[in-house]
Design a protein around this ligand. Structure first.
Ligand SMILES: [Zn+2]
Length: 235
């Protein structure tokens, strides 16, 4: 990414430091900073207004090893594979590739996957998304009814940055990866989004509303914060 400096010169910091880098030019930032975006799998460099190019380069040099180290610790992107166990709404299923099966389906504690093996990951993901939509649609409507919230639509998204969202007009979206979290955590996410039907913010009233329909929200919210990123390894 090329950055145009105040003096009109550009500097490609990504090329300078030798690894992928997301550069954010911020009017509000007081100092240079680097963090790792674990979901996007990329280091993020924030540059405050009027920061000299020389200073940015020195900062990148000083933090080079830290970035490399942190990136090495991130979970690698994974694809579903034959024989692997996958958790779906709290139940474990073993993935079994079966070319002769006509459809992909849950069968006891097995997730039987049809088609060519090269499409296994895609088929598992599509199937989980489809099943997740069914279950979450029902859960959402039921939870919304408890607080007289009106749901317009429920959709499943493949976002890399958030677990769910709710528009003021009642459209709720969920990240498909939530299906692999413990059941209580999925329930918390539903309650969180549903509470936004009544409170479109994160005010004290909003959290009271969440607690009303999800009494254990503090623990489940913590789980999502601490462990949720592990579910992002699936691409
Ligand atoms: Zn929220």
């Amino acid at each position: 990414m090329k950055i145009t400096l105040l003096n009109g010169r550009t500097c490609d910091y990504q090329a300078y430091c030798g690894f992928s880098l997301k550069v954010v030019n911020s009017d509000r930032a007081k100092r240079l900073s680097l963090r790792i975006d674990e979901k996007l799998h990329v280091p993020v460099l924030t540059i405050p207004k009027r920061c000299a190019q020389k200073k940015v380069k020195e900062f990148l040099d000083a933090n080079h090893d830290w970035v490399v180290n942190m990136m090495a610790r991130l979970p690698v992107a994974a694809k579903f594979s034959q024989g692997e166990k996958v958790s779906f709404f709290g139940h474990d299923y073993t993935i079994e590739h079966d070319k002769t099966n006509r459809t992909t389906e849950f069968s006891g504690s097995v997730l039987r996957v049809s088609g060519g093996e090269e499409f296994l990951h895609r088929r598992v993901k599509d199937y989980l998304k489809e099943q997740t939509l069914k279950i979450l649609s029902e859960m959402t409507v039921n939870k919304a009814a408890e607080i007289a919230g009106k749901v317009k639509s429920v959709a499943i998204k493949d976002t890399r940055s958030r677990w769910g969202s709710c528009t003021t007009s009642g459209h709720i979206n969920y990240n498909w990866r939530i299906c692999m979290a413990p059941k209580e955590v999925i329930n918390y996410l539903v309650c969180h989004e549903v509470a936004h039907l009544v409170h479109p913010d994160h005010s004290a009233d909003f959290w009271n509303c969440v607690e009303q329909i999800c009494p254990d929200y503090k623990e489940t919210r913590r789980w999502l914060k601490n462990h949720g990123k592990s579910l992002y390894k699936y691409i």
